[in-house]
Design a protein. Sequence first.
Length: 460
Amino acid sequence: MKFKTNAIIGLIFIGLFGFVYFYEIKGGEERRKEAEKSKQLLDFTEGHVSRLKLQRGDTTLVLQKGSEGWNFSSPVKDGADQDAVERYLRNLGESEREKVVVDSASSTTGEAAKYGLDAPRLTVEIEAEDGTTQEVRWGDDSPTDRFTYAQMAGTNPEIFVVRAWRFDNLDKGVFDLRDRRVLAIAKDEVVEIRRRTPDGQLLLARETEGWQMLQPLTSVADVEAVNALLDKIDGAQIEAFVDEDPELDALQTYGLDKQYSEWTFLVGPDRAEKRLSIGRSNGQGSFYARDASRQQVFLVDSTVVQHTDKSIDQLRDRKPLRFVRDTITGIRLAKGGERAFEAAKDTSGLWSLTDPATDAKSWKLNSLVGDMGQLEVAGFTEQVPEGSVSALEIELISGEQVSLSIRVLQNEGVSYLQQQGDNSVYILAEDDFAELALDLEDVAQSPAKPAESAGGTDSD
């Protein structure tokens, strides 16, 4: 009898547990989700929206989603800012009804007019891939400005309120959703850069360890300067669109017929061309510009022009001496055509003089090698002037090979540096020349002074 009673109690407990689980726990979660869904303004999946239409007063914005993303089809034909459109749809999907102020049965045209819904400030329509559409209209703000009145199109015309900040996030114009990139380049994939101006052409090519200038001369390019240019172009935003479909005479007005400056960026393994033309100033700190893949003329900030208007010398590498410091085991230095000293480094990293053979100030020779590696030239010139005389020659040795060989010639107080295998001529600052032009006395260890006798001299 006791066993039967326990069994009945157990069954009752199991039944109660099942009720609590399925109704209170699982059912409660489902009811919560249904309640949240009922508050949701629109019911859609962001990735399945194929068309977005915004009516703002007399302006209608229409965006279509194609194989390459979102594009404007009205009132302009242009690319859209993909992130901005996705963010817009996300804000739209997260918008919720706060409370109903006029139920469906009482919602007449007159009632709608009381809330500014007879002439909505904004109407948003989305179309899904299956062709179904949803539309919401936005009217006036509530007296407290905390809410905005809204109404759905269709069979349920009730009037409700939504948080005003939600409306603010959705009240966007063409410029807000438009692709405002000055030029769409993947900066890390750019393999070649070309610039054409009335003064000549520039050609830069990416190499494994940096950038090489190939025109108008062959030289190592300043990696930081080139990367700064790419960063600026990649991140630059259009300030304003000034002409959607310019005629030839308009291009002349903007200075884009002559293309004061035209940049071409070759991107990726297929070397896809991205071209940017920059015209004249608008007189207010901005410049007219045009992306060759778009019809429009737009304005760019003067800082973009500052980066694209750099001279050849500003794009050249000012640290021309390249070698691996840890591999250097020998130094030969001559001044005025005469050998000053030779030095060698042992396996422990200490330097000694081999010609003449004597102890060396190891730290001084380490500093010399370091100064050469960090040397930044003061400028560039096409050739060494006639009549220049040899002032300094230095060779850095790695094992049995000459790793770096430079010479400095001087003329009227100016030092001109050349290095073997490089046709460029560099101008060396006076202080930098002084740091490199060491004498034997600068690097030789002074002999120790003999200790004086404790008993004094013989004459004492």
